[in-house]
Write a protein that binds this ligand. Sequence first.
Ligand code: CP
Length: 304
Amino acid sequence: MRHLIGINDLSSAEIDELIAVALDIIDNPKKYSEKCRGKKLATLFFEPSTRTRLSFEAAMYELGGNVLGFSEANSSSAAKGESVADTAKMISCYADIIAMRHPKEGAPLVASMNASIPVVNAGDGGHNHPTQTLADLLTIKRKKGRFDNLTVGFCGDLKFGRTVHSLIEALSRYTGIKLVLISPEELKLPDYIKNDVIKKHGMDYIETNDLVEAMPNLDILYMTRVQKERFFNEEDYLRLKDSYILTPSKLTNAKDDLCIMHPLPRVNEISVSVDNDPRACYFVQALNGKYMRMALILKLLGIE
Ligand code: CP
């Protein structure tokens, strides 16, 4: 039995295989519409979500399966004190696969150690978000056609942004990746990612707080929201929340084939006036998430 807790649970060959299946699903949706008939996905969301939960659910419905679950901790017995381990044991009696989001880092790992069905980490605190990374990789593949030799700018909250952490981990396996880490001092990438991923894999990287100066070199710009829910202090959040706002004028010196990504939800980081720019990829990125989750469900359930 396989789980997906971090992106490194998948080999590069398996990521390529998931991308190939997702592309086939896009081209031949009917071929897949009965693949999960009789199977149930449990979405256990202890933290808010729009894209991840609903795209997981849409993915299972489009595979012909069914969905059960909860979308807030207070509507589950977690509100009465039930542990993640016991919750995972119970849901194993009712479903075939679990997608879990939890504010505590490591909670999906604990669930996977106690479940008798596959568990997918749908975001754990400020730690990891591997299925967002799968959506990101499909977006890069469709827009750029490759994962090697790309200059990737990550901008905003690099400290708490779990999607950034997971995508850097995924990119570390490819060659010729240059990272441009754009953030205010207080929201810099954590040292453990710099040491255990970037430096360990000899990745080329620079840190800066200047988005406009970095812009001309970028093949991909990955904007992120300042993660209000991870701050202990409202004052710090208010001071930092609008550190970077991408507007058409800031794109003046960007490459014509820049790929602008954002895991969403967006608050102020990208002006709506950028949405019609052909380089804006963030809505198709969210759609790609559904296709990759379909491919992942099939893989973890062992369905050809
Ligand atoms: N990208 C993402 O995880 O969005 P949601 O929080 O809406 O699921």
